[in-house]
Design a protein around this ligand. Structure first.
Ligand code: AR6
Length: 175
């Protein structure tokens, strides 16, 4: 299989044209602030409707797990909603749970035979995960997935909203 390219860019994930954008959701799947709010606002009500159907079937989404819906009005065809780890000191399984977010999102995208996906910096906003540690976990989780799995994905984009995250990801990826 062709090599998968890992990219980083600064911007608003709701504007990015990829097969799937990942949403940093919460376990209710009913929306919230931050990137979750931006995705639901830009993508429109079809996304929430599908989230409600998923809730009716499986009762929400656990930390580290992921589910997929339409992208509604977004340039992306799908949204993969994953629930990040709430930071509480770092010794409560946060790194493993955050890595699961990336792993499970990539697994779902691969099962759907998607070619491109973009990730926000999951957990580094309202959930309070320190940005340097979150960036390390994110890049390592993506690399581990690519090492261990065949995937349809050709492009994986880290979309950083702020300059601090951009710098962190560039530093890690260029090493
Ligand atoms: N595009 C890309 N990244 C963004 C955007 C955007 N439009 N808006 C914010 N970010 P957060 P969390 C960045 O708080 O920490 C919600 O209420 C932001 O700068 O969105 O995982 C959910 O419903 C930060 O780097 O998500 C949950 O309750 C990153 O996205 C809770 O927040 C993640 O920040 C999840 O908290």
């Amino acid at each position: 299989m062709a090599e998968t390219i890992i990219e980083v860019q600064q911007g608003d994930i709701t504007k990015i044209k990829v097969d799937a954008v990942v949403n940093a959701a919460n376990s209710s799947l009913l929306g919230g602030g931050g990137v979750d709010g931006a995705i639901h606002r830009a993508g429109g009500p079809d996304i929430l409707e599908e989230c409600r159907q998923i809730r009716a079937r499986q009762g929400g989404c656990d930390t580290g797990e992921a589910v997929i819906t339409t992208g509604g009005n977004l340039p992306a065809q799908y949204v993969i909603h994953t629930v990040g780890a709430v930071w509480s000191g770092g010794r409560n399984g946060e790194p493993e749970l955050l890595a699961n977010c990336y792993h499970n999102s990539l697994r779902i995208a691969s099962e759907k035979q998607l070619r491109s996906i973009s990730f926000p910096n999951i957990s580094t906003g309202i959930y309070g995960y320190p940005k340097p540690q979150a960036a390390q976990v994110a890049v390592q989780a993506v690399k581990d997935f690519l090492k261990d799995n065949d995937t349809s994905l050709q492009r994986i984009v880290f979309v950083c909203f702020d300059a601090e995250n951009l710098k962190l990801y560039e530093g890690i990826l260029n090493n």
